[in-house]
Design a protein around this ligand. Structure first.
Ligand SMILES: [Zn+2]
Length: 184
């Protein structure tokens, strides 16, 4: 049963007005990732542990023009199989970008939320909510999608980026940290 995850999702992916993404989880022994329907995604639980390079994640697709699409498949490694991580990866399925930087110094490897995203599930997978800003950004995307010139795609366009695909901070500036090993 995926009760804990369903409860986690209904508490996490909801704004102060009660707008909810209505995310539902189901455990299945096997799923054909090529036969996923609209709005369906699959997270595979690996029997392996992650290492420094292969971490749990969602297969985000980046087009040449810089557009990032959420993708609908992902993997959760054995040592990262907790509800916090699963809910964070689910955030990617609905089009949310990562909101943390990773740092490495000698044998130490750590991450820190980007400015303004300390309480956001995409900045720290232990947190219980997603940032209110996202709801506004979804509305902007919805307006773009409702324009007749927009081509529909079978995945969610990642929000929070400019037209070149650069991730923007809360002030609208391109996100960059020269000390981070991942730059968006
Ligand atoms: Zn992530």
């Amino acid at each position: 049963m995926a009760t804990g995850l369903n409860k986690g999702a209904s508490n996490t992916f909801v704004n102060k007005d009660g707008v909810n993404f209505n995310i539902k989880y189901e455990y299945r022994a096997s799923v054909d990732a090529n036969k996923l329907g609209a709005g369906e995604n699959v997270l595979t639980f690996s029997t392996e542990n992650s290492n420094g390079y292969d971490r749990s994640g969602v297969n985000v697709k980046t087009k040449e023009n810089g557009e990032h699409f959420a993708g609908n498949t992902g993997v959760i490694y054995k040592n990262e199989k907790d509800n916090g991580t699963i809910l964070h990866e689910t955030g990617h399925f609905i089009g949310l970008p990562d909101r943390y930087f990773e740092y490495k110094w000698l044998d130490n490897h750590w991450s820190e939320p980007m400015t303004g995203f300390d309480d956001d599930k995409m900045g720290n997978s232990d947190k219980k909510h997603i940032d209110d800003l996202y709801y506004q950004q979804y509305m902007t995307k919805a307006k773009v999608y409702s324009s007749p010139k927009t081509k529909m795609v079978r995945s969610y366009l990642q929000i929070g980026r400019n037209k070149k695909g650069n991730l923007l901070d809360k002030k609208g500036q391109v996100v960059y940290d020269s000390r981070a090993i991942n730059n968006y």
